[in-house]
Design a binder for this molecule. Structure first.
Ligand code: SAM
Length: 255
């Protein structure tokens, strides 16, 4: 996979893209990463990428011409990238989006700054992504969040291929639930003991316990995920009871 980012602060990416799992996957050739400086597509002495908004208002906006030229030039290197713009007005980012983005041969992450972009720049976007209902100073952190979530899904990026399947929100085996609770040594810490069943060595019982725990944790902390989760009819009945217990009679999993 090839991941490109275009930004006025391209130097922000390298430490993240060369550290830990991402760095290892990159060195192993699982993905290429290129950070491009938007100012390379300006034509004035000051390398200007922003200007005042028409109609007045606070702050500066990113100009459309450098963004358009950058995207066209990067795309022309081929293969044509799937172009993602970051904005608080985009679709909320989630694991299913990461799974879809991981299937593209090449993605181009376009990072905003200042008060955002001239609206006409979005004509060059294949999609707009928000990483949450809050406002950051720039699109670089959102781009790194998305890149990290995508890269760890690439085959071979994590040592153990199964570790992606078990994780929270995974649309594979666990059907969109939160992950079950996990423990490591010691078996007892202060007065907190690891559940006996996890020490039993009985894999079938451990699997059943973890599945039930994943459902319980999801009902407790993210009941909004239960409707879309893959559950058996018996599990759905239990989920209804748990949601009622944790959130009261007024709250159903559809709220
Ligand atoms: N004026 C914009 C608004 O109210 O929607 C916010 C602009 S923000 C200060 C500057 C840039 O940061 C945006 O263009 C976007 O690229 C990035 N950004 C900020 N918050 C974001 C978020 N929650 N998700 C994705 N990108 C974000």
């Amino acid at each position: 996979m090839i991941i490109d980012a275009v930004s006025v602060f391209p130097e922000m990416f390298e430490p993240v893209m060369s550290t830990s799992i991402l760095g290892r996957a990159r060195r192993a050739g699982l993905f290429e990463f290129h950070a491009h400086d938007l100012r390379d597509w300006t034509h004035d002495r000051h390398r200007t990428v922003d200007d005042e908004p028409y109609g007045g208002g606070q702050g500066m906006l990113m100009k459309v011409e450098p963004l358009a030229e950058a995207i066209e030039a990067i795309a022309a290197e081929g293969p044509r990238p799937h172009v993602v713009f970051f904005t608080p007005c985009g679709s909320p980012f989630c694991q299913a989006t990461a799974e879809r983005l991981a299937t593209y041969e090449r993605i181009l992450l376009v990072c905003g700054r200042y008060e955002g972009m001239d609206e006409r720049a979005y004509a060059f976007a294949d999609e707009r992504i928000s990483i949450g209902d809050y406002v950051l100073t720039g699109g670089e952190l959102p781009a790194m969040v998305v890149a990290d979530a995508v890269i760890r899904l690439l085959p071979g990026a994590l040592g153990d291929e199964m570790s992606n399947r078990d994780e929270s929100f995974s649309t594979e085996d666990d059907g969109g639930l939160l992950e079950y609770a996990q423990y490591t040594r010691p078996a007892v810490f202060r007065d907190m003991a690891v559940p006996d069943i996890l020490l039993s060595g009985d894999h079938a019982k451990v699997d059943a316990y973890r599945r039930a725990d994943a459902i319980e944790r999801t009902c407790r902390w993210r009941p909004d995920l239960i409707d879309a989760a893959s559950l058996t009819p018996e599990e759905r009945d239990r989920a209804r009871t748990l949601i009622e217990r944790y959130h009261g009679r007024q709250t159903s999993e559809t709220e």
